[in-house]
Design a protein around this ligand. Structure first.
Ligand SMILES: *Cc1c(COP(=O)(O)O)cnc(C)c1O
Length: 402
């Protein structure tokens, strides 16, 4: 009995982080999900179906692109971009959503729910729900539904119902709470598609596995192109799913530096940022033990970033452990630096990348000149930036009709 309890408490741990901190009402469903995932992840039919969707629907493998002009301009390491921005729906999020909804189908679910902040994960979920003929309901903070009206309409167009959540601050963390509650009250036909490497076990592991195709492809592509491994892999970090996807197959390669870029917003010496690993402390929230931006009573802080996708007050538990063991490094990038990188990448390489991804690009701009011309950096471009163009114009004081 003691052993069984201990085993349960150790399920899905990354060092001291992770685990399952959930209401009793969800335990049974979470156990069914673990069982189903453990089965299907090794099932050749499931793997084939998922690979087929990734290839024919989502456009994988994504390209690895050598940024010749940027490399020359910065005068140091060779810079490569992993082009997740070219995936269907415009970011890495589709990788995870295809995996989870295919799994939900196998579990005979007919309905999916999801939380969303800026709407990117909501749109990806609504897209795949349409493709797979699933009922779909999206929980979004009320403030966010107003800020992201276009994405709300997009989700409706795709057949989803969008709930505006007005509890708390009416933002992402409240949308997660609402989705979790909805799931606890209706598990028979419903799967909760969590959008990043967070929440109770098995989500941080399962979502990481679905995103790990990024580093599996990167490794094959860079070896084919250059004959060696990269010296550094750089990615932006919100909850941490594109970063862990980009890091995963390099974790065992000790000479590859893994660098996560958090949103330092208006500066980590202000209260307006989302730099969790630089400024946060260990706590329990949203079903997991991890690092959070919180006050000393465990009250979760309001966070801020110009990029809505990095605007989360916590981080996935595997990143908390990679930071604690110093296997990965985490740095803060301010709004100003990210916006400058957004413009720089557009000019220099003709790529308009998501403002989230531009946090990683901004760090590459600092890092490359400190490295030699023989060294290689791969930067994960997690998404495309069409959605950000109007906001960047506003940031620069230009008036646009959008
Ligand atoms: C959602 C999003 C992110 C942040 O989420 P992670 O789980 O940290 O990857 C980053 N980039 C883009 C383009 C996104 O849409």
């Amino acid at each position: 009995m003691q052993n069984k309890l201990k085993k349960k408490q150790n399920a899905g741990r990354f060092g001291e982080y992770g685990g399952q901190y959930i209401p009793e009402t969800l335990m049974h469903e979470i156990e069914k999900l673990i069982k189903a995932y453990e089965h299907y992840k090794n099932d050749p039919v499931f793997k084939n179906e998922l690979n087929d969707l990734l290839h024919k629907y989502a456009n994988r493998p994504s390209l690895l692109y050598y940024a010749k002009r940027m490399t020359k301009d910065l005068g140091g390491a060779q810079i490569y971009f992993k082009r997740e921005d070219l995936n269907h729906t415009g970011s890495h999020k589709i990788n995870n959503v295809l995996g989870q909804i295919l799994l939900a189908k196998k579990m005979n679910k007919t309905r999916v729910i999801a939380e969303t902040g800026a709407g990117q994960h909501g749109v990806a979920t609504a897209t795949v729900a349409a493709l797979m003929d699933m009922e779909c309901e999206i929980f979004m903070g009320k403030i966010d539904t107003e800020r992201q009206a276009l994405n709300v309409y997009r989700m409706r167009l795709l057949g989803a119902k969008v709930h505006a959540v007005s509890t708390g601050t009416g933002t992402l963390k409240d949308a997660v709470n609402a989705a979790m509650q909805e799931w606890a009250s209706r598990t028979e036909d419903t799967h909760y598609v969590i959008g990043s490497v967070m929440g109770p076990h098995p989500f941080p592991t399962m979502v990481r596995d679905f995103q790990a195709c990024i580093s599996a492809e990167m490794k094959e592509q860079i070896i084919k192109e250059t004959g060696k491994l990269p010296d550094a892999v750089v990615a932006c970090v919100g909850g941490g799913s594109n970063a862990i996807g980009a890091f995963y197959h390099f974790i065992g390669d000790e000479n590859v530096r893994l660098i996560g870029c958090e949103a330092a917003g208006k500066g980590i010496d202000t209260t307006q940022h989302a730099a969790t690993l630089e400024c946060g402390t260990t706590g329990i929230f949203h079903g997991m033990k991890s690092v959070f931006l919180q006050n000393k009573d465990g009250q979760i802080n309001e966070v801020y970033s110009i990029s809505a996708g990095l605007d989360y007050p916590g981080i996935g538990p595997e990143h908390a452990e990679l930071a604690a063991t110093k296997r990965a490094e985490y740095v803060g990038i301010t709004d100003d630096e990210a916006v400058a990188a957004f413009e720089y990448l557009a000019h220099e390489e003709g790529i308009i990348a998501a403002i989230e991804s531009c946090h990683a690009v901004a760090y590459v701009k600092k890092l490359a000149p400190q490295m030699t011309k023989e060294q290689i950096i791969i930067c994960n471009l997690s998404g495309r930036g069409d959605k950000d163009v109007a906001a960047i114009a506003r940031y620069r004081g230009e008036k646009l009709y959008d």
